[in-house]
Write a protein that binds this ligand. Structure first.
Ligand SMILES: C[S@@+](CC[C@H](N)C(=O)[O-])C[C@H]1O[C@@H](n2cnc3c(N)ncnc32)[C@H](O)[C@@H]1O
Length: 287
């Protein structure tokens, strides 16, 4: 099987693909993603835009026709992979005026204050950025991301397939999450496959037995260099990382073997994830 990405030390043979990407990059919209550098890749008909929610007058519900899937990547399902769990994600729906909306501190501060709630705790953008950081990673593009789970502050567990194309703008992300929390699943555009769906707790029942699970927190006393930390883990194990997707507080899990800090500084969830992905990409030689 041809590799989608050149391996260390090898000369880049796909110069034309790279040039084509730079040319196309100027033309395509922001949410268009880079096609894998595979010469024999079958070109799929793909929607150029994520469908925006249509609001009907009767029920004001968002009706999406499905969410796009990312272009196929390498099939590395037999190799060890990575699972991310985003804990305490602020994804809460409420009826604001006449419509149901995903609560966020920018748009609903007054509404939340009237309900005696702290607007600063309503930050679905943290989950959005964290998801983009995971899904955009070369680790995912190399087919080594197994799945992402999101557990909301209210305890709703969501499964996110690695090949979903999450909208890049927050407004459209909010539309998708609103639909998910109302309908409990969202399928791929034109297909039956559920790319996003709510599933039963606890998350532990879905985790591979042969895995090393680590919780991430700035407040952990075990400050590690990720490269050194990864070198202590047997190479046949899947890796599970639990990262907080909230603005305040820390993750509380009883199912992780480790509780680590990856920097001496408090990071955003998205940056913390980028650091983890980057280190694993180094270990697994994903360029
Ligand atoms: C915006 S932070 C949450 C803020 C929270 N006060 C905290 O420090 O845990 C989001 C998440 O990123 C991760 N994180 C941030 N800085 C980290 C660090 N230095 N080491 C490990 N994880 C970190 C944690 O999982 C945290 O829950």
């Amino acid at each position: 099987m041809t590799r989608a990405y050149s391996v260390k030390g090898k000369k880049r043979k796909n110069k034309d693909v790279v040039e084509k990407y730079h040319r196309e990059d100027k033309e395509v919209a922001d949410e268009e993603q880079v096609q894998p550098k595979k010469p024999n890749l079958q070109k799929e008909e793909e929607p150029t835009q994520t469908p925006t929610p249509k609001i009907t007058e009767e029920n004001n519900n968002n009706e999406l026709v499905g969410i796009p899937i990312a272009p196929p990547t390498e099939n590395n399902s037999e190799k060890p992979g990575v699972i991310f769990i985003l804990e305490k994600a602020s994804l809460e729906v409420a009826k604001v005026g006449k419509t149901y909306q995903l609560l966020n501190s920018d748009e609903h501060a007054n509404f939340l204050r009237r309900q005696n709630k702290n607007p600063n705790h309503y930050r679905p953008d943290i989950c959005h950025q964290a998801l983009l950081s995971i899904l955009d990673s070369p680790l995912n593009k190399a087919g080594r991301l197994k799945v992402v789970y999101i557990r909301t502050e209210k305890g709703v567990l969501i499964e996110v397939k690695p090949h979903v194309r999450i909208p890049r703008t927050f407004k459209r992300f909010a539309g998708v999450m609103l639909e998910l929390l109302q309908k409990l699943s969202i399928h791929a555009a034109g297909k039956r496959e559920k790319l996003l769906r709510t599933i039963k707790n606890p998350v532990t029942q879905y985790l591979p037995i042969n895995s090393r699970k680590a919780g991430l927190s700035f407040s952990s006393e075990k400050l590690v260099n990720m490269k050194d930390y990864l070198s202590t883990i047997p190479s046949n194990l899947d890796l599970v990382f639990v990262v907080g997707a909230m603005s305040h507080g820390k993750i509380e899990t009883d199912y992780t073997e480790d509780y680590i800090a990856v920097s001496g500084y408090p990071l955003s969830a998205a940056y913390c994830i980028a650091r983890i992905c980057n280190s694993i990409e180094g270990k697994w030689n994903i360029l």
